[in-house]
Design a protein. Structure first.
Lengths: 167, 145
């Protein structure tokens, strides 16, 4: 009688085929898909470029700042960049709609730019990266982080040294 | 001429797939088998069917980074597929070489030897992504026919 219950269940549940491409497809929440880059939260440490096994992530110095690019056609979606990124500004999305025609091959790039800024203290031109404050003790307030962000690396170091001396 | 146009109309309903393994790690091949054989994905809904001979094929799926060892065999097989054909590169290896990109034993990317029409990146691409790519390939194939 087993087959009868199976038959009844099949009739009740309907087909097990997913509707895709005629309907939406189910994607797991933690699916490792396309890489996304959030430039404002990047610290500019370039660890993602170093750990990328496929060489998909590249940083290039331009006149405007530091350019980030990730070519999805050579990315193997291993998640190393997200794992090592201290601020998770490089992260994986659940987007997997990557198939494309040959004409679009070299435009499958996620790009971002960390712009240059002028240091509020010394006036030198430096990258507007997010300050790395995770290990600073006592923890910094949002105003202090914003203040630190406007400075160049040397002035940031001075700022932190003065802060340590104060506390 | 009428018969030929009628035949074309019939043929567009069922493009046959042919799979070439160009030195792949079998990850993409497993996903291709999954796409075809598991009822959950079922690529045959699009009228596609895997065929055993390259001479019957309309859409050719190439996986793997085209190792130096199989390069000639893959190119010979590809030549055997009748025109019009649509070439689909499955996985990052045939598209760019992926993690094997600088190896001495690998001839990737394949678009320097064959005209590729559709790329499906992923390591491996998930079955739905392959179905999406095959749907694109079918569109191109209909235009070519």
């Amino acid at each position: 009688m087993n087959f009868l219950t199976l038959l009844a269940r099949n009739l009740w549940n309907g087909p097990s085929t997913e509707a895709f491409p005629f309907g939406p497809a189910v994607t797991p929440k933690r699916f490792r898909g396309k890489i996304a880059f959030d430039a404002p939260s990047c610290e500019g440490c370039k660890i993602c470029e170093r750990v990328c096994p496929a060489g998909a992530i590249r940083f290039t110095k331009t006149a405007d700042g530091l350019g980030f690019s990730c070519w999805h056609d050579t990315c193997v979606f291993c998640g190393n960049c997200e794992f090592y990124c201290p601020t998770k500004s490089v992260h994986q999305t659940t987007d997997w709609h990557l198939s494309h025609t040959q004409a679009e091959k070299y435009s499958m790039v996620e790009s971002g730019l960390i712009p240059n800024q002028v240091c509020v203290e010394c006036g030198a031109t430096a990258l507007d990266t997010a300050p790395s404050v995770a290990a600073v003790k006592p923890p910094m307030s949002a105003e202090e982080v914003a203040d630190l962000r406007g400075r160049c690396p040397k002035c940031r170091a001075k700022f932190l040294k003065a802060r340590r001396a104060k506390s | 001429m009428n018969i030929i146009s009628d035949l074309k109309k019939v043929a567009t309903k069922s493009p046959w797939l042919y799979r070439i393994n160009g030195g792949s790690c079998n990850g993409c091949d497993v996903e291709l088998a999954t796409t075809a054989c598991i009822p959950r994905y079922d690529v045959e809904r699009l009228g596609c069917q895997y065929c055993g001979s390259p001479r019957h094929a309309d859409i050719v799926l190439i996986t793997g980074p085209l190792t130096a060892h199989v390069k000639d065999a893959v190119l010979r097989l590809w030549e055997e597929i009748p025109e019009p054909k649509v070439t689909v590169a499955v996985g990052v290896c045939p598209i760019s070489g992926g993690i094997f990109r600088e190896s001495y034993a690998v001839c990737a990317p394949i678009d320097q030897y064959l005209p590729v029409d559709v790329n499906i990146p992923g390591c491996p691409p998930r079955p739905q992504a392959i179905i999406e790519g095959i749907a694109k390939a079918i569109e191109i194939w209909r235009e070519k026919l």
